[in-house]
Write a protein that binds this ligand. Structure first.
Ligand SMILES: Cc1cc2nc3c(=O)[nH]c(=O)nc-3n(C[C@H](O)[C@H](O)[C@H](O)COP(=O)(O)O)c2cc1C
Length: 183
């Protein structure tokens, strides 16, 4: 294998593609994010990399809460749309035909059409560079009961997740193994 050295970038792939809802009432907004990752299991913490120029940035700071809505393949187009249009210019809930539903622990609305909604409370904000890091603590998770298997776990064939790879949205493929299957 011959390797070509490329300039340093965030070359990591695949990364998630999620829609984060933020703000409340008439100010409620949706932003698409890929710079998103699990940081800690106990307490459950998730990090979001967001540019301060985003309309959503100040809504998250203002409310101190946000919801990470995990889309299925059916919402891929809406996810892209929420990543190219700003809530400053239009109401993305209306444009995407999304329904606001109430969370259990946060006042920020969830996207009802997404099969999984992760309710988060903002714990810390760090300035990194062109992106800032929001660290949210998960306070509740809502899962569509129709994607759960008999053990109460998510059936990914039903959840139909997809990922983001350097500008492309790609569906998550076939099962290769399960945790610990190598031994
Ligand atoms: C697939 C995808 C991933 C994105 N990931 C991020 C991200 O991680 N951080 C960020 O600040 N912007 C990201 N964006 C850009 C914002 O979603 C975009 O600027 C959006 O229009 C901002 O919306 P707002 O102004 O309503 O907050 C992404 C866009 C797309 C399409």
């Amino acid at each position: 294998m011959t390797k070509i050295t490329q300039k340093p970038t965030t070359a990591l792939y695949p990364v998630p593609a999620v829609m984060v809802s933020c703000g409340t009432g008439a100010e409620a907004n949706i932003i698409t994010l890929s710079w998103v990752g699990t940081l800690c299991s106990k307490p459950p913490l998730i990090g979001l990399g967001m540019r301060p120029s985003r309309h959503s940035y100040h809504l998250i700071q203002q409310e101190g809460e946000f919801v990470i809505n995990l889309p299925s393949m059916e919402q891929a187009k809406e996810l892209d749309y929420c990543g190219i249009v700003s809530g400053r210019d239009e109401d993305k809930w209306v444009s995407c035909g999304f329904t606001k539903s109430a969370g259990t622990e946060v006042v920020v609305p969830l996207i009802a059409e997404c099969p999984v909604n992760i309710e988060c409370r903002l714990r810390e904000t760090f300035s990194l560079g062109i992106h800032d890091l929001f660290i949210g603590e998960v306070v509740a998770v809502q899962v569509d009961e129709t994607i759960l298997n008999e053990h109460g776990r998510i059936d990914f064939d039903k959840a139909k997740p997809f990922a983001y790879l350097d500008g492309e949205y790609r569906q998550v493929g076939e099962l290769l193994g399960t945790f610990g299957y190598s031994r």
